[in-house]
Design a protein. Structure first.
Length: 202
C-alpha cells in the first residue's frame, strides 16, 4: 500500500504532539464491547505464547500514519503497544479474557480505535477453527476461501478481509481491510525494534 509521505508526517506529528503533554492515563478496566465487532477471544485460545514486533501502516479516509507495534500473547493476557517513529507510546492495550484496559494518546482515537486493532489482530493471527467456534454463536462467520485470504462476514455481508504474504503472519506480512469502518492496515515484521515495552510503562 502506497502512503503519501506528507500525510504520514502530519499524522506522526499529531500523535507526537499529543504525547508531549505526558503519557496517556490508562482507562479503567472495561468489559468486552458490544457486538459492533467480533467477540474478543480469551488469550489462551491462541494455543501458544507468541510475540512480534511489527510496522503498522494505516489509512483512514484522508488520514495515514505509521506506527511500530509490539504484540505479545500468552495464555494469561494479550498486550499490544503502539510506538511513534520517535519511540513514544501512542497506545497500549491489555486483554486478559474478561476485562481489558486501554491507554491512548488524546489524538489517536480520531485515527485508530485500539479496540478495533485488537479485534483485527485476532482475526489475522488466531487459528481459523478457534475463531469460527467463537464467532458463530455471535452471528459472525470467518472463512479462508484460498489464496492466502481470510474473510469475515456478519449477516451475510463482507465486513473485513485479510491477505497474507507469508505462511506465518507473526513473522511475515499481511494486509487488513475493514469495510465496516473504512480503513486499511498493512503490517510487516520489524526486527529492529526492541520488544521490551510493557502496557504498564509510561
Amino acid at each position: 500500500m502506497k502512503l503519501v509521505r506528507s500525510a504520514i508526517a502530519f499524522a506522526l506529528c499529531a500523535i507526537s504532539a499529543a504525547l508531549t503533554t505526558g503519557c496517556a492515563a490508562p482507562a479503567a478496566a472495561t468489559r468486552q464491547p458490544a457486538q459492533e465487532q467480533p467477540p474478543l477471544l480469551p488469550p489462551a485460545t491462541l494455543g501458544d505464547s507468541r510475540d512480534s514486533v511489527q510496522i503498522l501502516r494505516g489509512a483512514f479516509g484522508e488520514h495515514e500514519f505509521v506506527l511500530r507495534c509490539v504484540v505479545r500473547a500468552s495464555p494469561e493476557r494479550i498486550e499490544v503497544i503502539g510506538l511513534t517513529a520517535l519511540g513514544q507510546r501512542a497506545f497500549a492495550i491489555r486483554w486478559n479474557g474478561s476485562d481489558w484496559n486501554v491507554a491512548a494518546a488524546p489524538m489517536l482515537p480520531d485515527l485508530l480505535k485500539p479496540q478495533w486493532l485488537l479485534a483485527d489482530l485476532q482475526l489475522a493471527l488466531w487459528p481459523l477453527a478457534r475463531l469460527q467456534a467463537a464467532y458463530a454463536p455471535a452471528g459472525w462467520q470467518v472463512a479462508e476461501p484460498g489464496g492466502g485470504v481470510r474473510r469475515l462476514r456478519h449477516g451475510g455481508r463482507l465486513v473485513a478481509e485479510v491477505h497474507y504474504g507469508d505462511a506465518d503472519p507473526w513473522r511475515g506480512r499481511y494486509w487488513i481491510t475493514n469495510l465496516r469502518y473504512g480503513y486499511a492496515l498493512a503490517i510487516e515484521p520489524d526486527s529492529g525494534v526492541d520488544a521490551t515495552p510493557s502496557a504498564n510503562d509510561h
